[in-house]
Every structure is written in C-alpha cells, then in structure tokens.
Design a protein around this ligand. Structure first.
Ligand code: GLC
Ligand code: CA
Length: 536
C-alpha cells in the first residue's frame, strides 16, 4: 500500500467563529487563528481542518457560502488567509479547507442569477419543480421553498437559505472543480467535504444520500482536481457502511482518502429516533461492536478510517459519554487513548484537548444554532414543554461545541476583549482552560500531545491488525498486532471499578492515564483506567 502523510497525521478542527477573536468584536477570526499557531505546534498536530471561512450571510455559520473565493468580512480578508497558510506551513502545519458543494447560499451569484433569470444557464445549477413532494429538510419543515418570481419551488435539504446544487449539470460540476483547483493552487493540503454523500440526490425518487451517480461524480472530481497530488480528502457521509466507505476510500477507486462515518455517534440517541431523543450514558458493548466492525472491515489497502468523538455538530463527548465531575480529566484521557490507538486518522475538535464540556444553556435566548432553534419552534408548536426542549438542547444541541475556546481564566476566557461574545463563554473556563492545562504536566493536553507524537513515530499504528479482546461489558480492550510485536490497549469506559482478567505478558508501557504498577497488581480496573502496553 502506498503510504501518505495523512496515515500518520492527526487533524485539529477549528470552528473559526469560536477559536480566537483578534479585533474585539466578539467573533473569532483568521488573525486570531494565526496568533495561536504556536499553541497548535506545541500540541503537535499535522493539519488544521478549517470550518468554512468563505463569504457567507451566516445563516448556518458559514455552511451557506455566497462566494467560494472570498473570505467573510467577520473573519478578515484573503490576505489574512494567505498569512495563515504561510505561517501554518512555516510551522509544519497543513491546512484543510471545508468544501461545501452540496448547496450554496441563496445569496450566491449563481442562485441570484437563477432566481432573477429563469432562462439563464445558472437556473439549472439548482433544483426546481412546479410541485413539491413530501421531502423534509434536515433542519425541519419541507425541503421545498416556493419562489414567487418564477412560480416554482427549489430544493433545500438544509435551511431555505441553502439551496441544493444540481450535480446533474456538467457545467456546474466544472465550476466546482475550477474553484477547488484555485484553492489547491494556493497551497492548501486538502478538503473536508460537507455532506458529500448527498450530491447524487434524486429528489423525485426521494433519494438524498448515496444516489446512483455519487461515485461517478467523485471519480470525475478526483481526476479534475486531486489526481497526482498528495492531498487529504475526507467526506462527511452520515449514511456510510464499511462497504460504502470502501468505495470512497479504497486507493484503487481513486475518490477520497477517507470518510467520516457516524455509526458510533448514532449511539447518542435512541434507535430509530431523532437525535433529540438522546441516550445518556454510553452503551459500551454496542460501541465495541461498531469499532470492531469498522476496524476489521476496512482492511489496510482497501479503505481507511477516520477517528473522532467530537465535531462542531456534536455534543462535547465528556458531557454525553465521559464524566464532567470527579473523573473529567481521567475520562477525557481514557476516551482519547481508546480512539487514537485504533487504525485511522484521528481528528481533535478545538477544546477537546483541554476537556471542554457542554454549556449550561438556560433558555432559547442564549442559542444561535438554526437547527436547535428550528427544533425548539417546531416542538413548542407541537405542545412540548420548554423544559424538555431545553433538556435535549443542553445535551445534544450544536451550540455546545461552538461556545468560545477557553484560553485562560480571565473574563471572556481570553477568547475576546469584548464581553459581548457571539455565544456565551462557559462559566467553567475559570477551571478548564489552556493556561491551566499547559501548566500541569499531567493535564489532558499532554496526553493528546503524546498520542499525536506516538502516531507520527510508530508505523504499527498504521499497519498493525486490530483484534478486539473478550472482556467484561464496560471494558474496551484491543490488540494491535504486527508480525513482530503486539500492543494491548485497555480502557475502562465507566466510572465504576471493573474486573479484569486478561493475561498480560508485559514488556513496556506505551501510554497510560493511571499509575502503571497499580494496573498490574490488582485484578481490577479503577474508574476510567486506560493504558497501552507492549506485550509478548
Ligand atoms: C454538515 C455540517 C453542518 C451543516 C450542514 C449543512 O452536516 O457539518 O454544520 O449545518 O452540513 O451544510
Ligand atoms: Ca473578530
């Protein structure tokens, strides 16, 4: 198998509005990110995945793009982007851009033209029908919006300010590829592709994900943009199975490097229920089955996994699956060790490396996220109690991940000089912040730093087979096995002591969040104990 830099990489996701504000308007920006590159270099990450910074009316915080080749005013301008790229590259950090081409903003020039001039070429860049069908928008309500001017409906799987692009149109596809090449020529190192599994949609047959032409489009895109370049591409694919993930990520298919699959994230809500019907507490046996399936079915050379607990759409993992109290630090390290020693490319979401948690939202007035607000409005209309609605949002809502990064204990957490931050700062920033983490050699930060370094320096993390070990329910244990060495990873994914009876022919400790001697002297794992040891 041909090795690529991203096989040994760890990626750090930045949500630009919330990372660091440089000009005191309460909103994070590009100069703010550049000012924190030394911090990211210290953490050791290989690349930043930058959530969208393009020009946008911010109906969905930049996932509604009105110009792919301009920077949103709130974030700075193209010279700030160039400066970020240059400064990052100087520190050996690559930049992965977010590519949102399932839809644009309704303020994109193409859509404006399509709407104003129904006989223009741009009309067919979008999807218009005389009559809507009963497809729903993922953000609530119908997926069709009536347009007065032309008397037709356009499709929007997300907000009505995010009209879906029509990938059947070859000229539109070429425009997308030209835009991608423009960014590649600028020196970026890859793309995270937003809801890419939806570009093959067939709305009349109510097919949204995994449409029949999806992989033809991706192959065409690959040839037109990625071929011959060593870029990282990761597709967001909510509906992927291992079989489907191979189609995207097998090198022979020449499509993408890897995809984000969400099967493990599915355990955050009740089966066959909306995400808001959350399941508090981790179903460890189910999680083990899912990881085992993905780790063994995406064989080396036939596909590649991504590994993540968090992103800008998900709750903070400590709040839903970890411990935000006594064992906050220990559970954060345990979850990190569990994830980062599997095969795949790990992703860290900003603040995860210091153990940030969900925000205690009190009322709807504190929220910004369109999905949460639409859910609240719809639920209120259906007579649901506000207390219940807020309870769901506090656990699952997307704003939990989006509150400002906690840099220090000062007012506004060192995120901004303005007290008017676009989302409130979590009150726990007085204890949970970068300054405190850096000063404590035992902090979560240094566990992440070590995991990133291990991945860079050890081929076995890429090559070794994954073998799930038989253990009691709450213990996740696996071996990574090569021809000449075996590594055993053991994590107690619970806040209670667990019996443990695996035979360990101990050779060397690779990483642990507990005192290593303790582990072997007792036949019990303490709450959230985690370690990796080289075994005979
Ligand atoms: C993806 C993004 C999410 C966005 C949606 C529409 O799921 O991660 O934040 O709202 O696509 O672009
Ligand atoms: Ca700012």
């Amino acid at each position: 198998m041909k090795k690529h830099w991203w096989h040994k990489a760890t990626i750090y996701q930045i949500y630009p509005k919330s990372f660091k504000d440089s000009n005191g308007d309460g909103i994070g920006d590009l100069k703010g990110i550049t000012s924190k590159l030394d911090y990211l270099q210290k953490l050791g990450i290989t690349a930043i995945w930058l959530s969208p910074v393009y020009q946008s009316p911010m109906d969905d915080n930049g996932y509604d793009i009105s110009d792919y080749q301009a920077i949103a005013d709130i974030f700075g301008d193209m010279s700030d982007m160039d400066e970020l790229l240059a400064q990052a590259n100087q520190r050996g950090i690559k930049i992965i851009m977010d590519l949102v081409v399932n839809h644009t903003s309704d303020e994109h020039a193409w859509f404006v033209e399509a709407r104003e001039h129904p006989d223009s070429d741009a009309r067919d860049y979008y999807i218009w029908r005389d009559q809507p069908n009963d497809l729903d928008s993922i953000f609530g309500g119908s997926a069709w919006q009536y347009d007065d001017k032309s008397g037709q409906y356009y499709l929007h799987f997300f907000s009505k300010k995010q009209p879906d692009l029509n990938w059947e149109n070859a000229a539109l596809r070429q425009k997308v590829y030209d835009m991608m090449n423009w960014w590649i020529d600028k020196g970026i190192d890859g793309f995270r592709m937003d809801v890419i599994d939806m570009i093959g949609k067939i709305p009349d047959q109510k097919i949204a994900n995994n449409g029949p032409k999806l992989h033809d489009y991706l192959k065409e895109m690959h040839q037109a943009t990625l071929a011959g370049k060593d870029l990282l591409t990761v597709g967001e694919t909510w509906g992927a199975t291992p079989e489907i993930a191979k189609k995207y990520s097998s090198p022979a298919e020449e499509e993408l490097s890897m995809v984000f699959q969400f099967e493990h994230i599915g355990l955050q809500h009740k089966p066959n229920s909306p995400k808001w019907d959350y399941e508090k507490g981790l179903n460890v046996p189910a999680l083990k089955d899912i990881f085992n399936k993905w780790q063994t079915e995406l064989e080396l050379g036939q596909g590649w996994n991504s590994l993540f607990w968090n992103n800008h759409d998900l709750p903070r993992v400590l709040s839903i699956w970890g411990d935000t109290g006594t064992y906050r630090e220990k559970s954060a390290k345990a979850l990190a060790i569990a994830l980062h020693l599997m095969r795949g490319t790990p992703y860290i979401y900003q603040g995860e490396e210091i153990g940030m948690t969900n925000y205690p939202f009190k009322d709807l007035g504190e929220l910004n996220d369109i999905e949460s607000l639409n859910f609240a409005a719809e639920s209120l209309e259906n007579g649901r109690a506000i207390s219940e609605i807020m309870d769901s949002i506090r656990m699952i809502g997307r704003d939990n991940a989006r509150t400002p990064m906690q840099w220090d204990a000062d007012a506004n957490a060192g995120f901004s000089s303005s007290p008017q931050t676009w989302l409130p700062v979590n009150p726990n920033h007085t204890q949970i912040n970068v300054e405190v983490a850096l000063a404590d050699p035992d902090s979560i930060f240094y566990t992440y730093q070590k995991l990133i370094k291990l991945r860079k320096e050890n081929d076995w993390l890429v090559d070794a087979d994954f073998e799930l070990q038989e253990t009691t329910d709450k213990v996740f244990a696996y071996k990574r096995v090569t021809a000449d060495a075996s590594y055993l990873v053991v994590i107690n994914l619970s806040g209670e002591a667990q019996p443990f009876d695996l035979d360990i022919d101990y050779q060397e400790t690779i990483i642990t969040n507990t005192c290593e001697f303790e582990v072997f002297e007792k036949l019990q794992l303490q709450p959230w104990d985690a370690f990796c040891v080289k075994v005979g």
